[in-house]
Unconditional design. Structure first.
Length: 450
């Protein structure tokens, strides 16, 4: 019954497929959780595909197709492996499967037995599929409605990797952080018709086919546990390697300060003995010729100005992004790179203000966005590993020839440091100790009291 009522809540927001949809989150608003007698639906909507021309899916055992709006069964699929094909038809999903076809605004593929998996392409998932019209563009969106704990089993191994049992405490800490992140972000993608993306936009999720036994154990052993501060789930960000010191969130992103996301040394000696010092990303270097970087900046500096213009909060946080040399300068045509300078650093030593002087004028790039304006020449990774870097400039007299950055860490550095957590686990820290270090002041609780 819980699954059906959750689905109806979700589908009730579907008023035809045209235009942006405002689906309610699968979970009720936080206030409802305290009301006695209100059950908290645990199904999460994970966006697997968005705006695809066609969607083919199947269940690996007996299943049924339902109208997601009314809950009416459209057709029973007696055998496993029967393909259901969907395409967009105007404002509806046109489907074919089980010897029948039809149209609906929301199509659900639900196994009769919850242990049966649904599959799409090379991936298998627990739970069920929901197909709706994409909120942007003329295609279809495929959502995996799945319970939170099963979802986490498809996330943890892809976010922290597969590790031996002596690192279990880090896997447990990762499971709690990922669970907390998910609960706190439920509904944040409702304009898209689901709760979270199955990618780095939120958390990488690859379903049930390639789970890891130890990661599953970490999810089970921490089942239901989340981190809270002031009665709400915290924003449990995490990244691969903090480079020795984690970030104050408000210094790297245009976001409000959070006491539990504050700069802290990851170890007794940030220079060499940080817990994450063994990470292969602890030290890194990238370099460009001036002409390579000039080409890149021709693309990334206008993109930075667009990013600033998208939100008043960003502009307030970052200040002006460009000062022209004269009235004829065009911010969108930076021209040749003349100089680079770090004009400010965050508490943790990350670049807070990168000043880039070109033929057109002077650009100020703030915080974590510095990673986007100077992507490595190789394209891998697609942005700089971190904003914790020093510049090395090579000159011929007053002419800049070459630029290098020497950096530390991988990721935004906010919250839990994954390689630091793995090392702490190896040295015997519990997952509670690990979380207490990376999210100071947050409390571990099980909101449903299960
Ligand atoms: Zn670290």
């Amino acid at each position: 019954m819980r699954r059906i009522s959750a689905l109806i809540v979700l589908a009730a927001g579907l008023a035809g497929c045209a235009g942006p949809k405002r689906l309610p989150p699968v979970a009720p608003p936080p206030g409802d959780r305290e009301r006695p007698g209100v059950s908290v639906p645990s199904l999460l909507g994970v966006g697997l595909l968005e705006n695809e021309a066609t969607v083919d899916m199947q269940a690996e055992g007996p299943a049924e197709l339902l109208d997601g709006r009314t809950g009416v069964v459209l057709v029973r699929l007696a055998a496993g492996g029967e393909r259901v094909s969907c395409r967009r038809d105007g404002d509806e999903v046109s489907w074919r499967g089980g010897g029948r076809d039809g149209r609906t605004t929301a199509l659900v593929l639900r196994p009769l037995d919850p242990v049966v998996r649904v599959s799409q392409g090379d991936y298998e998932y627990r739970g069920e599929f929901l197909v709706i019209c994409a909120s942007r563009g003329g295609g279809l969106t495929l959502v995996n409605n799945v319970d939170l704990e099963s979802y986490l089993k498809g996330v943890v191994p892809w976010e922290i990797g597969r590790h031996p049992a002596e690192r279990m405490a880090a896997l447990q800490a990762q499971a709690v952080a990922a669970r907390t992140y998910t609960v706190a972000h439920r509904g944040a993608r409702r304009d898209h018709g689901f709760d979270v993306f199955a990618s780095v936009m939120d958390q990488v999720y690859k379903g049930a086919a390639d789970e890891d036994p130890l990661c599953n154990q970490a999810v089970d052993e921490t089942a239901g546990l989340v981190l809270q501060a002031g009665g709400d789930e915290i924003e449990a960000y995490y990244s691969a390697c903090c480079g020795g010191t984690s970030s104050n969130i408000e210094e790297v992103w245009a976001r409000e300060a959070r006491s539990y996301l504050a700069a802290a040394d990851d170890g007794p000696d940030r220079g060499g003995q940080a817990y994450c010092a063994e990470s292969r990303h602890f030290h890194w270097r990238e370099q460009w010729t001036v002409s390579q970087l000039t080409d890149t900046l021709g693309r990334t500096l206008p993109a930075y100005l667009d990013w600033l213009a998208e939100s008043p909060a960003r502009s307030r946080w970052a200040g002006p992004g460009f000062s022209p040399h004269d009235g004829s300068s065009n911010a969108r045509r930076p021209g040749r790179l003349l100089n680079l300078e770090v004009a400010g650093r965050t508490t943790s030593g990350r670049v807070a203000d990168l000043v880039i002087t070109t033929e057109a004028g002077v650009y100020h790039i703030r915080g974590d966005r510095t990673r986007w304006v100077m992507p490595p020449v190789s394209g891998n990774p697609f942005i700089l590993r971190s904003a914790m870097f020093d510049l090395e400039l090579e000159w011929d007299g007053s002419r800049l020839l070459r630029v290098a950055v020497r950096g530390r860490g991988y990721g935004h550095g906010i919250g839990l440091c994954q390689t630091g957590a793995l090392e702490r686990a190896g040295q015997g820290q519990s997952f509670q100790e690990i979380l207490a270090h990376y999210y100071p002041g947050a409390v571990l609780i099980r909101p449903n009291g299960e």
